[in-house]
Design a protein around this ligand. Structure first.
Ligand SMILES: [Zn+2]
Length: 316
């Protein structure tokens, strides 16, 4: 697997002296180098930002990522209404989020079964509309000291007086109106109501926090639309060039051929954006794919592309 960053201005990203680049080659699989995980994405992004900060400080940078779970992962203790119970747990029970146990060096601790050890931790504080923190666990001097408040109490503290009377959640969390609890739409269940609260909606991914914390803008593309990502055209081009090499069982040669295919892509191709141009014209995804194929080699698609599509498909 290859991971890299590409820019219409710089091409494949590298330091201005050519000494450092951002291309990562990973032999994925259980018995190889594992899989590209969120921590790898964060390390990769940090390296990218190091180079951009040092060598390209004159430009404003926007880092674009696919909307993939490895990119959008949130901190384990981040706000989430997903699994929170409605009430305060009874007896000795308490509620918390599941987190992986790590040692002093930050390495994951494994149990005797070989799986990562997990423990329960507190969810972090929420935020009231006025900006004040809201504790999700009862304070020390309270009769339920340290216990999770649960959704109903959290909502009641936010002014939803009927929260205790609401059901925990609608069946399978398929609420009749997804905007329930916002504006004038009445609340149907605690989970949807909490889910739609601004601080629960506004939770940032670890990647977003890392990038914006260093002054870089970040954009996640819409889900299931990797074709909007200009790097896809580069991968596509490299995949066409790679098989032109004779097949080889030797790993080193395979790797060299992959690198060769990638470096053969010129900046002109990177700057082409037929997909984006088609979207700009307001075309639906099926039409965008058709237009991108039909006008392969063109930087933009014609203005009358919809009429041409209709003629090609004998519509109208
Ligand atoms: Zn509901």
């Amino acid at each position: 697997m290859v991971a890299d960053f590409v820019s219409a201005d710089y091409g494949w990203l590298q330091s201005t002296d050519g000494e450092q680049h951002t291309r990562l080659l990973l032999k994925v699989g259980k018995n190889c180098e594992g899989y590209f995980q969120n921590k790898d994405v964060l390390e990769h992004a940090a390296k990218v930002m190091d180079i951009l900060e040092r060598d390209y400080p004159q430009d404003d940078h926007l880092l674009i990522f696919d909307n993939a779970p490895t990119h959008t992962k949130r901190a384990p203790d981040e706000l989430s209404a997903g699994k929170m119970p409605k009430g305060t747990p009874k007896g000795d029970k308490n509620w918390g989020v599941e987190v992986v146990v790590r040692d002093d060096q930050g390495k994951i601790v494994h149990g005797t079964d070989g799986k990562p050890k997990k423990t329960k931790a507190r969810m972090r504080n929420a935020t009231f509309l006025n900006g004040n923190p809201q504790l999700l666990y009862f304070p020390d001097n309270h009769m339920y000291s340290g216990k999770s408040k649960g959704m109903a109490v959290i909502l009641k503290e936010r002014g939803f007086k009927n929260a205790l009377q609401l059901r925990a959640q609608c069946k399978n969390f398929k609420c009749a109106n997804l905007l329930t609890g916002t504006g004038t739409v009445p609340a149907c269940c605690c989970r949807r109501l909490l889910f739609n609260q601004p601080d629960f909606v506004g939770v940032r991914s670890l990647l977003e926090t890392a990038c914006t914390g260093r002054g870089f803008a970040i954009l996640f593309l819409p889900k299931f639309h990797p074709e909007l990502n200009p790097i896809e055209q580069c991968w596509g081009c490299a995949k066409l060039k790679y098989p032109l090499n004779p097949p080889s069982p030797k790993e080193a040669l395979v790797e060299a051929n992959v690198l060769d295919a990638l470096s053969s892509i010129d900046l002109k191709l990177i700057r082409r954006s037929r997909f984006l141009d088609a979207y700009r014209q307001g075309l639906c995804p099926e039409l965008v794919v058709w237009a991108a194929k039909k006008y392969h080699g063109h930087r933009v698609v014609p203005q009358n592309v919809l009429a041409l599509f209709n003629v090609a498909h004998e519509i109208g």
